[in-house]
Structure formats: C-alpha cells, structure tokens
Design a binder for this molecule. Structure first.
Ligand code: MG
Length: 262
C-alpha cells in the first residue's frame, strides 16, 4: 500500500515537472512603448522627477492673483483677496497638496464656516473643510465632490494638523456647439486619497459643483488652471505639485501580431 502511494506521488511530481517544461510564455503581440523612467521623491509626498512644482514653500510664482501670505514654508489664504489660479493650464492630472485648517477653532464658526477652502479643477471642486467634529451636509464636508458625493469615510485630522490630498483628475471631454454642451463625450472622474485613505473612488463627475445649482456640464476649455478657494478662512497650504496625465493612457495599440507563445 505504502509502495503504491509513493509511486502515485512520484507520477504526480513527474507530470507537474513535465507541464512546467512544456508550458510557454504567452505574449500579447502588442507593441507597447517602454514606460519612461521617473525617479520617485525621496520620501512619500515629495515630488517625483517629472512633477511640476506649484508651491515649495518660498514663493507663489506659479500662481496668478497671488496675494496670499507666504511664511514658514506655507501659504495662507488672505480672506477677501480672492482665490488663486495656476498660471499654467492643465487637463488631466495627478495632484499632491497639503493643507491645514486653522488650529484655533472659533466656536461661532460651524458647518461650512470652519476652515473652508477647496481645490478646483476648472469648475469641479474637491472640498476642503475642517470636518473634525464639525457636522455639515455630507456632500459638503471635507473631501466631498462638492454637492455631488460625500467622501467614502471621514479621514480628517484635527484642526491645525497638516493633511494630504492625492488626487487623480481625469478631465471630461465635451462637445460644444454655439456655446452649449451638446454632448458629454466622456465625463470627468475624480479619485481622492486623504491622508493616504481612499475617500473618492473614481467618482464620475456629474457637472459643475456650484453652491447655488445642481450639477450640469457647462462649456469650458479642455485645459484650465487649478484653483484654490478663498472662503474667508485662514487655511494653509504647502508642498503642491502636479503631474500631467496624457489623455490617451487607456488607448491600446493594435497588436503587431497575433498573441503568441515563446
Ligand atoms: Mg469650499
């Protein structure tokens, strides 16, 4: 009995080895371009080698209407001076930004009045708010797509603590005729990590994120500045960089030959 079991095991091992020997490496036959080399930042959050740095702590040269205060490596909203816009226009991007809502909490400022700012990709806002023990409508709290989608979870740190957003924005493609959107060829999408936590998962943008109306796509250029909002609160920002994403990342070249084994 023992002998036949050993023989059986030997056969299984021999067959498995034979299968490994005759299996071949399947190839797609698609002539992909070799991915270019990007050197990552030294530590998490540092800009990689192909990033466009929008703020590194010393000046606001990358921004228009830059009247905010710069000190101690951060820029702070100057209430009443207005939002700021990047000089460069962008389409689809990966954005890293760090922010801190005011450490001192005014008990009279609640709901939307606490640490309010926002990152705008054209007319589409990822909300910035002090949502640490501060209730508001859920699709207006921190990391919401404003008035479209609450964050999956509330990953806010305490007021005054530095927080990170890592955002992937895929621009929409709109067909515009006579100043009107006649077709949404491809909607926009937003994915957001807050402090390393996924809070928006490839959200399909439904349109503009204005406070006074529901979402609807309105005409705009394919490339637009990134904006930071002045909502009257002393929210701070630091370490802002962006990487442009080509629109054709989903395109798949035709195979130069049929899938094959080698
Ligand atoms: Mg806002």
């Amino acid at each position: 009995m023992k002998r036949s079991l050993a023989l059986g095991l030997l056969c299984v091992v021999a067959l498995s080895s034979l299968t490994i020997l005759i299996a071949q490496d399947w190839r797609s036959g698609i002539p992909w371009e070799e991915p270019k080399i990007v050197t990552p930042g030294e530590k998490p959050g540092d800009p990689p080698s192909d990033a466009i740095v929008l703020f590194s702590g010393t000046n606001m040269d990358a921004w228009n209407e830059a009247k905010w205060d710069v000190a101690d490596g951060a820029m702070t909203v100057k209430p009443g001076s207005g939002g700021i816009h990047t000089k460069q226009k962008f389409g689809s991007v990966q954005l890293h930004i760090e922010f801190a809502t005011p450490a001192e909490v005014d008990p009279n400022q609640v709901c939307q009045g606490r640490g309010n700012s926002g990152v705008f990709f054209g007319p589409y806002e990822v909300q910035i708010l002090d949502s640490y023990e501060n209730k508001t409508y859920f699709d207006g709290q921190c990391a919401s797509i404003y008035k479209q989608r609450p964050p999956l979870v509330n990953a806010c740190r305490k007021p005054g603590e530095w927080q990170t957003y890592d955002i992937v924005f895929n621009r929409p493609e709109l067909k515009i005729e006579d100043g009107k959107v006649v077709e949404v060829i491809r909607p926009g999408y937003l994915t957001v990590f807050q402090n390393g936590v996924l809070v928006q998962n490839h959200h399909e943008i439904e349109g503009t994120t204005f406070w006074h109306q529901g979402p609807v796509y309105e005409p705009h250029e394919p490339m637009l500045p990134i904006q930071l909002q002045d909502h009257g609160n002393l929210t701070k920002f630091r370490n802002i960089w962006v990487r442009e994403i080509p629109d054709d990342t989903k395109a798949k070249p035709a195979p130069s030959r049929e899938p094959y084994f080698q």
